[in-house]
Design a protein around this ligand. Structure first.
Ligand code: 5CA
Ligand code: ZN
Length: 406
């Protein structure tokens, strides 16, 4: 699939720093990639295109965009892959409910997502890969799992046996009870008759009347969710890439299962060096979700005249590992901050620019401490000085590192 337009990224002078990120699997900070000069490889779980991008999605893609920007700043080449779950139950359900063809629904929501990402100045992935265009890839991943003895059938459907991976559970670190509850809540089927383990996950769903299906060595059907991300990540990035990313709602089962599937299929470990998760963004006390319908949409805000840079500043004002709720007053504050910053860079001189750039790099490479990064720019904008090159340097750094065009 075609991704979206790449924003311009200025090169910022001065010494860059290496990025450290919190890894859900180990519960600690890791430096990724582990060595200078390496190509940094990242897979971020993309949208299921049945509704428009909300602020939770935007927070997720902006968080991984910061990682991308910090890697580039440190001189790494970046290989970034993102999928689109363009065939899945929620998409078919929404299409049926609204009388729209599921393919048209997906295409229009993907286009809206592209426009939102462009407006938010998110760097596009190098590979933007739909599941529908990856059916052969997914079926060959299922065959790899069959060869590894990790597949069985229930009726005509194929399941991944989680017991085949001795490391199953290492991504989330959850106990079995928690896994079972989350599995039931997030698209799994722990109670289906005939399964060997309640946590075994669907790899291939045999054709059902009225549902789209594709030919495969296992008969007509469609892919299960988790194997699609294992297969796409393995094809484009290979094993042991640097960051597997998404929202914290994907820790279990999705990231646990996709890591396990890849590990069993290849016999290698680990799937990713760091599993990085954006905390949940909510509205009025609840997680924002397409299925609940309590959404603040990026496109609606944009069309209402909100500056996308103010939206991005709201997202950056919250650390990515803390859940938070979208409020109108946060947006007003972000707009005010944007005005102050824009005013400050139009001054002829200001306080030491290089010091702000270093403070920005120090904060962001420390597990994306965006609140400290914004505070450093606030402080610069609030003080006076005689550095005549400060304005252009700060504007460049805020653009390159935070993705905010002043
Ligand atoms: N297609 C799958 C991933 S393979 C999926 O989860 N799609 S999604 O459209 O539901 O979500 C897209 C991305 O936004 C995922 O990374 C998800 O974890 C993240 N996300 C969803 N809701 C929120 C939220 N309320 N806050 C933060 N991130 C969210
Ligand atoms: Zn995924």
């Amino acid at each position: 699939m075609q991704a979206w337009t790449k924003p311009e990224i200025p090169v910022v002078p001065g010494p860059a720093r290496r990025l450290r990120l919190y890894d859900t699997a180990s519960g600690g900070l890791v430096e990724v990639p582990p060595a200078a000069g390496e190509t940094a490889r990242m897979y971020v779980c993309g949208i299921t295109p049945y509704d428009a991008t909300h602020m939770g999605h935007a927070a997720t893609y902006v968080t991984f965009d910061l990682i991308n920007r910090l890697w580039r700043d440190a001189g790494h080449e970046v290989h970034y892959t993102q999928n689109i779950t363009d065939i899945d139950d929620p998409l078919l359900e929404r299409a049926a409910a609204t009388g729209v063809d599921w393919k048209d629904l997906a295409l229009s929501e993907i286009q809206l997502f592209r426009d939102d990402m462009t407006a938010l100045r998110v760097i596009p992935p190098q590979d933007y890969v739909g599941v529908v265009e990856s059916i052969d890839l997914v079926t060959s991943a299922v065959e790899d799992l069959q060869r590894a003895g990790a597949v069985y059938s229930v009726d005509e459907d194929l399941y991944f046996a989680v017991k085949a991976d001795p490391r199953f559970g290492e991504v989330s670190g959850y106990d079995v009870e928690t896994m079972r509850a989350l599995f039931a809540e997030r698209g799994g089927d722990p109670d289906r008759e005939g399964k060997r383990d309640p946590l075994d996950s669907l790899l291939w769903r045999a054709e059902r009347p009225g549902e789209p299906s594709w030919e495969s060595p296992f008969g007509p059907g469609r892919p299960g969710w988790h194997v699609e991300c294992s297969a796409i990540a393995l094809k484009h990035l290979g094993m042991t890439f640097d960051v597997q990313g998404g929202g914290s709602d994907l820790i279990f089962p999705h990231h646990e299962m996709s890591a396990s599937g890849a590990q069993v299929a290849t016999g290698e470990h680990p799937f990713a060096r760091a599993y990085v998760h954006q905390a949940m963004v909510g509205l009025d006390g609840e997680k924002m979700s397409k299925s609940k319908g309590n959404l603040v949409l990026v496109s609606k805000e944009r069309l209402g005249g909100t500056d996308p840079m103010a939206i991005r500043l709201v997202l950056l004002a919250h650390h990515y590992r803390t859940d938070w709720f979208w409020t109108a007053s946060d947006l007003a504050e972000a707009q005010e901050r944007l005005d102050v910053w824009r005013g400050a860079i139009s001054r002829g001189s200001g306080p030491d620019g290089a010091a702000v750039v270093d403070a920005l790099r120090a904060a962001l490479t420390n597990d994306l401490d965006t609140t400290a990064a914004l505070a450093a720019v606030d402080q610069w904008a609030d003080s006076n000085g005689d550095d005549t090159s400060a304005s252009s340097l700060v504007a460049q750094a805020v653009d390159a590192l935070l993705g905010i065009k002043l």
